[in-house]
Design a protein around this ligand. Structure first.
Ligand code: SAM
Ligand code: SF4
Length: 497
């Protein structure tokens, strides 16, 4: 049923016109150290309009137009790329505003309460749109969590499809086209991964690839096992086939995605380990950088570090969320490791022959977290010296085991702990970055500033660097940059020619 469209799979080599990045109103920082926005929008960098003829497949627009807004993490962003690909292949054309669309889709996040609230307030804004004959759909984690209740709270919604049921989307779209008023996809017992023939990639240089969906880890605060279903790994041969296609299209950087990416379990007879998969992806001709996120500490093993040591194309960056520095809190969070066991994983990386950048996620104010336990988190920051951190105030979520624990720490106290934590990490980052002045790094150029001759990009360890160059066109290229200055969140430099 799916159309094969090389246009939609097109990459930098095919002179594809870069689309505008999805409007990401209400984006929350999930594990998104990776997703820093470009200074200016892609089409302005490339001089191309967002949804040009070249990005459409034959017949696009015949069935109607769609507007797709994404909230949440990289996995949501990538799911949206796949949904957009599916819709294009069915003859829909993507548009930039809900006003111009016949189908309005909302890909949602429910990791924290605020994120879920935003979804309903945005749905309220769409209320009158249904009267204009528009079809409104909710995708993603909020759809999975709220299910058919969404129809009660927002009766103007016609489609509700949870993240675990995306493989059913083509059938659901067919039902909508046949005139069905309400369609749902809410199974969690699926063993299917969401693979499509067509993916409409938003970043012209870095391609995201989900290799494992769902999560079996059951952390006591987390909705993901409920919203994304059980863990399902994608077949290694299918992953490698897609990487080869991406390389042929000119993508030089791939990022393997999964909530616990390193828990990857190849369902084929090859039984590739995650580290073997990293090496196999790096071997694909044309691939220069392989990234992966998010790694779970319990499944983080020496062979992953050895793969990074052995293969320079595997980026020297590991995102390893710790959540807390206190073993008692970690136990209450059901994180399956202690502080000491986590530090052993850090030691594996610190012992590597090649320095590895380490980033993390932390939750403050988990039920019952004492001041002394919070201080253990501060001392962990001191000990590990992370390169970057995402930090969150604990947010009670439906269905989760921690919901029954008393959320005893006041909002005020959670905010105080968050601020103290962030101040400490800012100091650490400022000092670490200052030590890099004078060093030289390879940078994939992904942004151009409004200021003349100013560019930006990322090092292999995922440090953001703004630099000066007299070159006229650098976007999408790899250049050497010498660091001349440093702040807590980014580096400054000059093109080393
Ligand atoms: N799978 C990843 C892992 O194991 O660390 C994390 C995925 S989650 C989408 C991203 C981050 O959101 C988590 O690492 C955690 O710090 C934060 N998070 C998840 N549930 C939360 C909650 N109920 N309250 C506050 N932060 C939460
Ligand atoms: Fe959530 Fe824990 Fe799974 Fe991460 S490992 S997605 S925090 S349940």
């Amino acid at each position: 049923m799916l159309l094969k469209s090389t246009l939609l799979r097109s990459g930098p080599n095919s002179k594809r016109k870069a689309p505008r990045q999805q409007r990401k109103a209400g984006v929350i920082d999930c594990d998104l150290s990776m997703g820093k926005p470009f200074d200016i929008e892609l089409e302005r960098l490339t001089g191309q309009p967002p949804y040009s003829e070249a990005t459409r497949c034959a017949g696009a627009g015949q069935r109607g137009t769609f507007f797709l807004e994404t909230f949440g993490c990289q996995m949501n962003d990538h799911d949206s790329e796949k949904v957009a690909g599916l819709l294009h292949a069915r003859g829909y054309q993507q548009v930039e505003t809900p006003e111009a669309a016949s189908l309005i889709l909302y890909n949602t996040c429910s990791i924290r309460e605020k994120a879920a609230q935003k979804v309903f307030s945005r749905l309220g804004e769409y209320r009158e749109k249904q009267g204009e004959g528009k079809v409104i759909g909710v995708l993603g984690c909020v759809a999975q969590q709220e299910g058919e209740d969404i129809f009660k709270r927002a009766p103007w919604v016609s489609l509700v499809c949870g993240s675990a049921s995306y493989s059913k989307l083509p059938g659901m779209l067919a039902q909508l086209e046949a005139g069905n008023q309400r369609v749902t996809g809410l199974d969690t017992d699926t063993d299917a991964t969401f693979e499509t023939e067509v993916t409409r990639r938003d970043n012209p240089w870095r391609a995201y690839l989900t290799i494992i969906e769902g999560c079996d880890k059951a952390c006591s605060y987390c909705v993901v096992p409920f919203t994304r279903g059980p863990e399902r790994s994608r077949a290694s041969d299918s992953i490698l086939r897609e990487v080869r296609q991406l390389a042929e299209l000119g993508y030089s950087e791939v990022q393997l995605l999964g909530q616990t990416v390193n828990s990857y379990a190849d369902p084929t007879a090859r039984r590739m380990r995650f580290s073997e998969l990293l090496l196999a992806v790096a071997e694909v001709r044309g691939i220069r950088r392989v990234r992966f996120t998010t790694s779970h500490p319990s499944d983080f093993t020496l062979d992953i570090v050895e793969a990074i040591e052995r293969e320079p194309k595997i980026c020297d960056h590991v995102h390893l969320p710790v959540q807390s520095g206190s073993t008692r809190v970690l136990r209450a969070m059901q994180r399956t490791y202690s502080r000491e066991e986590y530090l052993e994983k850090i030691a594996l990386m610190r012992g590597a022959s090649r320095p590895i950048g380490i980033t993390t996620d932390i939750i403050v104010g988990f039920p019952g977290e004492t001041e002394a336990e919070f201080e253990e988190t501060l001392s962990l920051l001191e000990e590990v010296q992370y390169d970057s951190m995402f930090s969150f105030k604990y947010s009670p979520r439906p269905n989760t085991p921690s919901l029954s624990m008393s959320d005893s720490i006041s909002e005020e106290e959670k905010s105080r702990r968050l601020a103290v934590l962030q101040d400490k990490q800012r100091e650490i980052q400022a000092a670490k970055n200052a030590r890099l002045v004078g060093e030289q790094f390879e940078v994939l150029v992904s942004g151009k500033s409004r200021r003349e001759n100013q560019w930006s990009g990322y090092t292999t360890s995922h440090r953001m660097i703004n630099f000066a160059s007299q070159e006229r066109e650098l976007l999408g290229t790899y250049v050497q940059v010498r660091v001349t200055g440093a702040g807590p969140n980014s580096l400054a430099g000059e093109h080393a020619v």
